[in-house]
Design a protein around this ligand. Structure first.
Ligand SMILES: NC(=O)c1ccc[n+]([C@@H]2O[C@H](COP(=O)([O-])OP(=O)(O)OC[C@H]3O[C@@H](n4cnc5c(N)ncnc54)[C@H](OP(=O)(O)O)[C@@H]3O)[C@@H](O)[C@H]2O)c1
Length: 343
């Protein structure tokens, strides 16, 4: 006799409908049947908010409406005259997915979005590092007070599981340190410089042309992006109350092809390494990595070695960016919020 699992409807909003927000909508669409069959979840998007406009539909936003928002056509009769904050506060739903641009100084607009969602009794899944870098403690305390979850696997290492690995599979271990490559743009630049013997400026330009580096690459190449990720790791995994000011940061802009050649001859590569430990040291700097070390991964890949007291060293490697990769982490967060209740 087959048992049919009852399906729970989870209504979500997506705030910030760029690469990642659309990636989330896409994976939910692709995985609809599997989510129902394996997890008993029917994830329904009831609101989407973007700078271009807002769509709200309590029965689930249609594919046509999503297409209209993407192309900026407002003639569909689907656009609501609401702000993103009003969508989060006033439209009934269970989880707010936040994917607006990162601002590491103010945390906005994500900070206001997340506070509004928690205050309104909604769980939050975010890919946005800004709010967590600026107000981690306040946000987690608010989530605890409201008995809601705030999950952020996509903020560090994209698709690569770190938080869920540490909190789930490595439960019971003490985490001693986490060390790795947390910025794919820097890894790409250093890998190309080493392989081709090309200067930094040349490879940066090439990376910008193929869309791997942003037009303004300073956050990446000066190590700020990696520093922000270390702050999130320090606060979440090591219970610190760190901000970016606590991180010692050196970027990759001064690395020369000669330095890479010398390292190569001695059996090393140079990588931009971020490291955080339980003593509260947070450091980003170009470091010599032995060629046979698991941290020696090339191209745009990210990698992290988690040092533990019982399990020894565990290393994860994966894609640190990409809309579907980020959405993978966010879908996992979303399922994680409900999986205990489903099992
Ligand atoms: N891309 C990745 O691979 C990746 C991976 C991990 C984490 N992340 C993080 O995820 C977040 C989103 O990244 P993304 O690549 O999707 O960026 P994106 O393509 O620039 O998308 C951001 C979206 O947010 C919208 N937006 C801006 N301000 C808003 C506001 N006040 N209210 C509502 N919507 C607003 C933008 O609207 P307009 O288009 O109209 O400006 C845009 O649609 C960032 O914080 C990023 O750091 C990205």
């Amino acid at each position: 006799m087959s048992m049919k699992r009852s399906t729970q409807t989870v209504r979500i909003s997506i705030v910030g409908f760029g690469n990642v927000g659309r990636g989330v909508a896409e994976v939910i669409r692709r995985k609809r049947e599997e989510l129902a069959r394996r997890y008993g979840l029917d994830i329904t998007i009831v609101g989407i908010a973007d700078l271009r406009g807002v769509i709200v539909d309590e029965n689930g936003v249609s594919e046509e409406a999503i297409k209209a928002l993407k192309t900026g056509h407002k003639s569909m009769g689907t656009m609501a005259d609401m702000t993103s904050v009003e969508v989060i506060r006033d439209v009934e739903h269970e989880v707010m997915v936040e994917a607006t641009p990162t601002n590491v100084e103010t945390g906005e607009p994500g900070l206001t979005h997340i506070i509004t969602a928690l205050e309104s009794g909604r769980h939050v899944v975010t890919s946005n590092k800004g709010p967590l870098a600026v107000e981690y403690k306040r946000l987690m305390e608010l989530a605890a007070k409201k008995e809601k979850e705030l999950r952020f696997e996509a903020t560090v290492g994209g698709a690569m599981p770190i938080f869920s690995l540490v909190k789930g599979d490595l439960a019971g271990n003490e985490i001693l340190s986490i060390k790795g490559i947390l910025n794919g743009t820097c890894n790409y630049i250093l890998t190309r410089m080493a392989e081709e013997g090309l200067p930094y400026e040349h490879v940066l330009k090439e990376a910008q042309e193929i869309g791997i580096a942003e037009a303004n690459p300073s956050q990446d190449v000066e190590g700020v992006d990696t520093a922000v990720k270390l702050v999130i790791l320090a606060n979440s995994i090591f219970g610190r109350n760190a901000t970016c000011k606590d991180v010692e940061v050196t970027g990759i802009t001064e690395i020369t092809p000669d330095a890479l050649t010398l390292a190569d001859e001695a059996g090393y590569v140079i990588k931009l390494i971020g490291e955080v430990d339980r003593e509260g040291n947070l450091k980003v700097a170009p470091r010599l990595v032995p060629k046979d070390d698991p941290l020696n991964v090339g191209g745009i890949l990210n990698v992290a070695t988690i040092k533990t007291d019982l399990a020894g060293d565990i290393t994860v490697i994966g894609k640190g960016a990409g809309p579907i990769e980020a959405a993978s982490a966010m879908l996992s967060d979303l399922i994680g919020i409900y999986s205990q209740k489903v099992q």
